[in-house]
Write a protein that binds this ligand. Structure first.
Ligand SMILES: [Zn+2]
Length: 402
């Protein structure tokens, strides 16, 4: 299984990355034999920007490339492309334990200059495995301006074995000074069939479950997998999709809003709980906590910092799961609209076809458009830091009949 196998429907991107990994490998080989290598004119370069819609596999692509750069498979000597997926280099890079691959997935809403400075310092070191020093910034769109300025210097004059892999939803999310120095790769929304296929092949999911999940999430790989494998995710989605048919009075709307917020918070809590506990335990062990649980003097500050980070991750997780619920609602009304306009395209929410039909036949397209707009406005409001409950209430009130 090559490192690229988890990238769904991105043939062109994979082609470019394979070519780059080959040239990168030739560079390392040449350097090892004492020849002064040259990168300019090759398919390899020091800074890359991956853009694509959420769920298209940005971080999967960046990790696969990082792994291919660290591949030490003997097949390479026989003309095989780097990125076997099996060798120690590939394997450790993929699971995130390779010493020369730093994966930065920020839990904060922004990525500051302090973090970036530390990363830049790291990339000045020679790679311990003798290949490449790779930094993956999974959310380059969250770089603050001062962080971007710190990064800019190193992207302009990179250390010889340094590779920066930046991921962002679109080029507009990254400052022009940075993006102009990156080679840009665009991922597309993977086709629904390809996502279903991957769920069957890789995760061993039943074909009909895989197809429903892929269709409902419209090419968002992670969400499709979660929906196909996690009972709670299915229950939550079902609850969200009941909203359109049950809001009649203002009281229903306010109740639905509160339930939506509660469900999102519960979901977020479940998603961070395990990581938090593990992290805390590891930190306590690292600080040398005694059997009785007492921490050595002077370590309170470090623990406090960890708590703050966990708090900010929890906030972000709440926001993310609420946003997912809103995405589901948007998809629902889009189906209603398609039905009202008699579009022959298959609806995404096949599992709630009855509800889609009912609303499609009892309301007018203008109402549906207004409702889609209400959901989008709610997402924008939350993005602007309006209190989530207020934003959601405004939305559910607007979703009522009329
Ligand atoms: Zn390998």
């Amino acid at each position: 299984m090559a490192v690229w196998d988890d990238l769904v429907g991105q043939d062109r991107v994979v082609e470019q990355l394979v070519a780059a990994a080959r040239d990168a490998d030739a560079y390392v080989t040449a350097a090892a034999s004492g020849v002064e290598p040259e990168l300019s004119g090759s398919a390899m370069t020091h800074a890359w920007l991956f853009t694509g819609p959420p769920g298209s596999g940005l971080s999967t692509a960046a990790r696969a490339f990082a792994a291919a750069l660290q591949c030490v498979s003997p097949d390479r000597a026989l003309g095989g492309a780097p990125g076997c997926g099996f060798c120690d280099g590939c394997h450790t890079a993929l699971i995130g334990t390779h010493a020369d691959v730093e994966i930065v997935r920020t839990d904060r809403l922004s990525l500051g200059a302090d973090v970036t400075r530390e990363l830049v310092r790291r990339t000045q070191l020679s790679p311990s495995g003798g290949r490449w020093q790779v930094v993956v910034l999974e959310e380059a769109g969250r770089l603050t301006e001062s962080a971007a300025n710190v990064l800019l210097k190193t992207v302009e004059e990179p250390a010889p074995r340094t590779v920066w892999l930046l991921c962002a939803p679109s080029v507009e999310d990254v400052l022009p000074t940075i993006r102009s120095r990156c080679r840009h790769l665009v991922l597309r929304t993977p086709p629904v069939d390809a996502v279903a296929d991957m769920l069957i092949r890789r995760d061993g999911i039943e074909p009909d479950v895989a197809a429903t999940a892929a269709r409902a999430t419209q090419g968002h790989i992670d969400r499709a997998r979660r929906l196909a494998t996690d009972e709670r995710a299915r229950a939550r989605r079902a609850a969200v999709l009941r909203i359109p048919t049950r809001i009649e009075q203002i009281g229903d709307a306010l109740r639905a809003a509160q339930e939506l917020i509660d469900a999102a918070n519960e979901d977020a809590k479940e998603s961070v709980e395990e990581v938090d506990a593990k992290e805390t335990e590891e930190m306590r062990a690292a600080l040398g906590a005694s059997e009785g649980g007492r921490l050595p003097r002077g370590t309170a500050g470090v623990m406090k910092e960890l708590e703050d980070r966990q708090k900010s991750r929890a906030t972000r997780a709440k926001r993310d799961s609420l946003d997912l619920a809103l995405v589901d609602l948007t998809a629902f009304y889009r189906d209603v609209l398609a039905r009202q306009f008699g579009s022959p395209v298959a609806i995404a929410n096949e599992d709630v076809r009855d509800a889609v039909e009912r609303i499609a036949t009892t309301t007018r397209p203008e109402q549906t458009l207004r409702r889609v707009e209400a959901v989008l406005e709610c997402r924008r409001a939350i993005e602007r830091n309006v209190a989530p409950l207020l934003a959601v209430e405004a939305m559910t009130v607007a979703l009522r009949a009329g």
